[in-house]
Ligand binder design. Structure first.
Ligand SMILES: *[C@@H]1O[C@H](CO)[C@@H](O)[C@H](O)[C@H]1NC(C)=O
Ligand SMILES: *[C@@H]1O[C@H](CO)[C@@H](O)[C@H](O)[C@H]1NC(C)=O
Length: 344
């Protein structure tokens, strides 16, 4: 499959192998959470999501243009979001994982799918609102909206925008595929977490910086960034016991034992972007009830000691943290926008 040109290739253009009998300026496609996991054990599910998020981060951070494909623990990529598209005459429905971290879309290539007079419209803008994973087994979906019209470049009401940034290394097309944003500050309960700028800004080697990826479940932070954030959270949660057993079972960290508490107040977490856009995450977007009276932080890092994983983006903003936000990729104005919205 071909890859669209930089700087902000739109994988969704490839998805539109749709015969355009009628010319429309917007296409709306329902998005559903991916199918249910093979396991019903909560700890196993969380462990799978955590390891899948880290594996995905490794793949995205790999600067090879044809990344290695790893076999996931479960055959279905639970924790992602899929879209269903119809191809051919009569239409045959196929599920796709909605993935802004790749310029490739995988489609079963058999003689049953012959594409004649196929059209590849280029969207100027696309937006989505991801429903909570609590709807995974329910027939609930939200919309992926592709705007084909050049539009007026108007801002969507109440949406905060931050410009996309280009990765400074132009020679590596793997890095050019991603949607980079300027994350300037990570704030925990009003306190600005000290993160070395080499992680927030892509350097001349192309490493560092933040990308937005709908195909990653839990946001990934390179170790030093992650530790700085976790340290700040730990200070605010000092009155709770760390649930080490749950940490071992889920691979998430930190987990706290909050059993017996009527209400638990956890520190606020927010991401501040260039231009002043601030994403104040709802608590359910960064803490999960992990069973046995424990809650776990749903941002992950790798377990490699030292700098083994340096390279590629340092922060990958995953779909778990994007839930219940209206998210807009304005490709024409080269900006990323978001606002809180209940998606379902
Ligand atoms: C821990 O509990 C003590 C006593 O109730 C309280 O004074 C303190 O502020 C709490 N610490 C945190 C970090 O919440
Ligand atoms: C949390 O603490 C309670 C009471 O001390 C204990 O019964 C329970 O097993 C603990 N849960 C975890 C996940 O450690």
């Amino acid at each position: 499959m071909a890859s669209p040109p930089p700087p902000y290739p739109l994988i969704l253009s490839l998805l539109l192998l749709i015969s355009t009998a009628a010319v429309t300026t917007a296409i709306t496609i329902p998005i559903s959470p991916s199918s249910a996991p093979a396991s019903t054990d909560l700890h196993q599910i969380l462990a799978h999501l955590a390891s899948a998020s880290v594996s995905r981060a490794l793949r995205l951070k790999s600067t090879h243009n044809l990344p290695q494909v790893k076999t996931p623990l479960f055959p279905r990529s639970y924790g992602g979001y899929s879209i269903s598209l119809s191809f051919g005459t009569p239409p045959q429905s196929t599920s796709f994982v909605m993935d802004t971290g790749s310029s490739l879309v995988w489609f079963p290539c058999t003689s049953r799918y012959l594409c004649s007079r196929c059209n590849f419209p280029n969207a100027k803008k696309f937006s989505y609102c991801l429903v909570s994973h609590s709807f995974d087994d329910a027939p609930v979906s939200s919309d992926l909206v592709l705007d084909l019209d050049s539009g007026s470049g108007k801002k969507t009401a109440e949406v905060s925008y931050t410009p996309f940034r280009k990765n400074p290394v132009t020679s590596n097309s793997a890095l050019q595929t991603y949607y980079y944003v300027n994350l300037r500050q990570i704030v925990v309960e009003g306190k600005h977490v000290k993160v070395p700028s080499e992680y927030l800004e892509p350097g001349s080697d192309g490493n560092g910086g933040t990308i937005v990826d709908s195909g990653t479940t839990f946001t990934y932070m390179e170790r030093p960034v992650f530790e700085a954030v976790v340290k700040e959270i730990g200070k605010r949660m000092a009155n709770f016991t760390v649930a080490t057993e749950i940490q071992d079972l889920t691979g998430l960290r930190p987990c706290y034992n909050v059993s017996g508490q009527d209400t638990v107040s956890v520190p606020e977490l927010s991401f501040k972007f260039k231009g002043g856009a601030e994403m104040k995450l709802p608590v359910t977007n960064y803490f999960v009830l992990a069973g046995d009276g424990a809650i776990c932080f749903t941002i992950v890092s790798d377990n490699v000691v030292g700098t083994g994983l340096r390279g590629g983006p340092a922060i990958i903003l995953g779909n778990y943290q994007q839930r219940d936000y209206y998210i807009e990729y304005d490709l024409e104005k080269e900006r990323f926008g978001f606002k809180r919205q209940v998606c379902a």
